[in-house]
Design a binder for this molecule. Sequence first.
Ligand code: NAD
Length: 248
Amino acid sequence: NQSLINQAAELIKTSRGVYVLTGAGMSTESGIPDFRSDSGYYAKFDPVQALNVDVMLGNPKRFYAEGYEILKDLNNREPNDGHRALADMERQGFIQGIITQNIDNLHAKAGSRTIFEVHGETRGVHCLACGVEAPFKVLAEKVDSGEIPPRCDVCGGVLRSNVVMFGDAMPDTFAQAVEAVTHSELLIVVGSSLSVSPVNFLPRYAKHLIIINKTPTPADRFSDVVIHDGAGETLCAVYRALSEGYHD
Ligand code: NAD
């Protein structure tokens, strides 16, 4: 395994432009279930249905009984060693930034600065009619007191989370992420099954690829380095190799 860590560190050091694409496996060590592991959300219900824009608008009672529970759960978590290692790598200039599918805000909490949140975030909500923005707790208070769907105080329109649901259009940050990957030399994928489209196309745009994931992904076969191990431990080892030189 140390030889894979060293190969990864070498590729990072010699690449001009390095971005990291993170998924739910990045945050399981912070106590947030992913979608597709045995203990993931899929064991309870289908997130593609639960976090679906058509369900949110057409059957809000179901949305606020299922998908909303995932969103609500994410606001009080803390970053883990892997998030901190990535923030350190950015500070030291080893990586340029992070593209995250996660909606838990943990990269920002750990101190990362350049973050493309391609699936939105759980910090805020907005009104579908007038566009006014508000913190998540405004929506949470309404939902918890039985106001479903929650409505805007300004115009009475429907309030919704800033999270990108299944069936939503991708935000502008996704186009920026594609641009960043296309103009860089290396993409490091951490903790993603690479099964959610269109984010799972990003590895195809990368010149070089490192995968750090507990289980195999569809991109393993065209990657330069594949490490099937935990995100926190592996990223700390890669950061040590980058900053202290290599250990054999
Ligand atoms: P996924 O559940 O499809 O895949 C997660 C992958 O991470 C799996 O292949 C699993 O083997 C791996 N993994 C789990 N724990 C790991 C660890 N400690 N170290 C390394 N690998 C680990 O998740 P996805 O590909 O991100 O797609 C699911 C979608 O739902 C994404 O949009 C995702 O971000 C979102 N989601 C977000 C959160 C969050 O914000 N924390 C949580 C659940 C789902």
